[in-house]
Design a protein. Structure first.
Length: 186
């Protein structure tokens, strides 16, 4: 009888140890998967997203956000231009979606001929660039603008143009540095 109690006690100790090893391994695996999918870190080098994101702030990019969905109007995205395969990323806000027409007239953004009312109060656009004429977005193309509407090189300019789906790295979702600016990006 005493031998059986000793065996049960030893079994319980091993079971507890296995439980903790498996639990710790699961937490490490989940943290790794979370960081790979949600936490590509980037320091913004441009002031084109002021006041939402300032130059020098560090943000996190959700790199799998568009694996089963598409960017939506108002999303802040990170992307590469065609001629910058391994260089820095750019951050802009999605305004136009595939199949839409975009035009900037008298400082206002027109989507399919109707004025686009934004959730935030951005300055009126002074230079419409190539969007002075109607731009038709093809399948998989997006029209992006910086929140600093008069200090941003974005889809209004031929050097950037429309952004294709394959150029998009992910959704910019969180400001992490400096700590005083920590918060979700809207």
């Amino acid at each position: 009888m005493a031998g059986r109690k000793a065996i049960l006690k030893k079994f319980r100790k091993h079971r507890t140890a296995v439980f903790w090893v498996v639990s710790i391994a699961a937490v490490i695996l989940l943290a790794f998967l979370f960081s790979v999918n949600y936490c590509k870190e980037m320091t913004v080098n441009e002031g084109s997203m002021d006041p939402t994101i300032s130059a020098g702030q560090t943000v996190l990019i959700h790199t799998s956000a568009y694996a089963i969905s598409s960017p939506g109007r108002g999303d802040v995205i990170a992307f590469r231009t065609d001629n910058e395969n391994d260089r820095s990323l750019h951050v802009k806000r999605v305004i136009g979606l595939p199949g839409e027409t975009i035009r900037i007239d008298d400082g206002k953004i027109l989507i399919n001929g109707k004025e686009y009312k934004e959730r935030q109060d951005f300055p009126e656009i002074i230079d419409p660039g190539i969007a002075e004429m109607e731009i038709e977005l093809d399948e998989g193309e997006y029209f992006v603008l910086g929140d600093n509407r008069n200090g941003s090189e974005d889809s209004r300019y031929a050097t950037v143009g429309n952004i294709r789906r394959e150029q998009i790295v992910g959704l910019v979702w969180l400001k992490v540095k400096p700590l005083g600016s920590f918060g979700i990006i809207r």
